[in-house]
Design a protein around this ligand. Structure first.
Ligand code: AHG
Ligand code: MN
Ligand code: MN
Ligand code: MN
Length: 332
C-alpha cells in the first residue's frame, strides 16, 4: 500500500482498501477483495462472540484439535466462518488453519492466494468475557494457478507474506493489518456494520516498561529469559499477561512493551505456532518499527517445515527484544 496516500480518520475500510489499491496501477484487485472477505467474516464472528452468553456457543466443543487442545465451540464456529468466507470470496486456493489437521483446498483453483489463520486466539478466555482475537497471514501461491495449492505454497517463510493482520474482539472490535507499507487500525461500528480508520500509520515505541509472559512456567524458562524477567522486576516494569496473544500484542504495539512465550518444560519449542500466530504478528510489528525473534533468529526468516510447528516468540519494542537476545546470547 502506498503510505504516501494519507487517508483521514473515519475512512471506511472498503474505501481505504480501494484508494490504496488505486495507488498501484498494476494491482488487479484480488488482494483487496481478499481483505474485504476477511473483514466480512470478522463481522460475522464478532456478532457471535458478542452474543456468546445468549447462544449455546460457549464452552467446549467436545473434540480435540491437532494441537491436542480441547476445541471450544467458538473455535469451531470461527473456523467455519472464515473458511466459508474465503471459499466464497474466490481469491484463496488453500488455507492453513489452527483448527484443521491438514491444508484445506477451497476449490478455487484459480485463486492466487494462500491464507494461514488462527480463527480464534485466546480460546481460554472465551467463557470469561476477556478479549480474544483472530490472526491471519496472506501469501501468494508459488505453484501454477489452475490446480489446488501445494504444501510448498503453504510452507513459505514469513518474509514472503503479502499481507498480515489480526482482529481483536475487545472493548471495541478492531482490525489491524499491513500489506508491507505501514500498519493501519480500523474500529468496527456495529450499528453501521462498518470498520472505520481509527489508528492510521501505527508505529510502535522503541522501548517500553510492560512485559507479558506467563511466569507460572518461570522455573523452566531458559536462563537468559529468567535473567530478563528479573531485569524487568529490578527496573520496576509492569507485568501484563492477558492470556490472549492478540490482546497482549495489541497493547504492546500501541504503548510499547514485550511479549515472550519461550521454550518451557510443557512446551519445549514454545507454544505459539509459526504459520498463523508468529509470522503474522512479526510482519505487523516490523512494519510498525518493532522486532520479532525466536531468541536467535528473525521469526520471518525461519523456514517452516510443518504446518503447525511451534517456535519460541519474543516480540515487541525493538530495544526490549534486543535486551532479551543479549541475555540469551550471554547464557553460559
Ligand atoms: P489459541 O487460543 O489460539 O490456542 O492461542 C492461545 C495462546 C495465546 O493466545 C496466549 O497468549 C497463550 O496461548 C496463552 O498460553 P498459556 O496459557 O500457556 O500462557
Ligand atoms: Mn488453540
Ligand atoms: Mn492463538
Ligand atoms: Mn486459536
Amino acid at each position: 500500500m502506498n503510505d504516501k496516500l494519507a487517508l483521514p480518520v473515519g475512512t471506511t475500510l472498503d474505501r481505504f482498501i480501494m484508494r490504496k489499491q488505486e495507488a498501484f496501477p498494476y494491482a488487479t484487485g484480488e488482494l483487496s477483495q481478499l481483505l474485504r472477505d476477511i473483514a466480512l467474516a470478522a463481522k460475522i464472528v464478532n456478532r457471535e462472540i458478542n452474543r456468546a452468553g445468549l447462544l449455546d456457543v460457549t464452552g467446549a466443543y467436545g473434540q480435540q484439535n491437532v494441537q491436542g487442545e480441547d476445541q471450544q465451540k467458538l473455535d469451531v464456529i470461527a473456523n467455519i466462518r472464515f473458511i466459508r468466507a474465503l471459499r466464497n470470496g474466490g481469491e484463496v486456493c488453500t488455507i492453513i488453519s489452527e483448527e484443521e489437521d491438514d491444508i484445506i483446498q477451497t476449490g478455487n483453483i484459480g485463486g492466487k492466494y494462500i491464507v494461514a489463520i488462527d480463527p480464534l486466539d485466546g480460546s481460554s478466555n472465551i467463557d470469561v468475557n476477556v478479549s480474544i482475537g483472530t490472526i491471519f497471514s496472506i501469501y501468494r501461491r508459488v505453484s501454477e494457478q489452475g490446480a489446488d495449492g501445494t504444501m510448498e505454497d503453504c510452507l513459505q517463510k514469513g518474509v514472503r507474506q503479502v499481507a498480515a493482520g489480526y482482529v481483536i474482539y475487545g472493548s471495541s472490535t478492531m482490525m489491524v493489518y499491513t500489506t508491507g507499507h505501514g500498519v493501519n487500525g480500523f474500529t468496527y461500528d456495529p450499528s453501521l456494520g462498518e470498520f472505520f480508520l481509527s489508528h492510521p500509520n501505527i508505529t510502535s515505541p522503541e522501548t517500553g516498561s510492560t512485559y507479558s509472559i506467563n511466569e507460572g512456567s518461570f522455573n523452566s524458562f531458559p536462563e537468559g529469559v529468567k535473567q530478563y524477567v528479573n531485569y524487568c522486576k529490578e527496573s520496576g516494569y509492569s507485568a501484563r499477561y492477558i492470556g490472549s496473544l492478540v490482546a497482549d500484542f495489541h497493547r504492546n504495539l500501541l504503548k510499547g512493551g514485550i511479549y515472550i512465550y519461550p521454550a518451557t518444560a510443557k512446551a519445549p519449542n514454545g507454544k505459539l505456532r509459526l504459520m498463523y500466530e508468529c509470522n503474522a504478528l512479526a510482519f505487523i510489528v516490523e512494519q510498525a518499527g518493532g522486532k520479532a525473534t525466536n531468541g536467535y533468529q528473525r521469526i520471518m526468516e525461519m523456514q517452516p517445515t510443518e504446518l503447525h510447528q511451534r517456535c519460541p516468540l519474543i516480540i515487541g519494542s525493538t530495544e526490549m527484544v534486543d535486551k532479551v537476545e543479549e541475555y540469551l546470547k550471554s547464557e553460559v
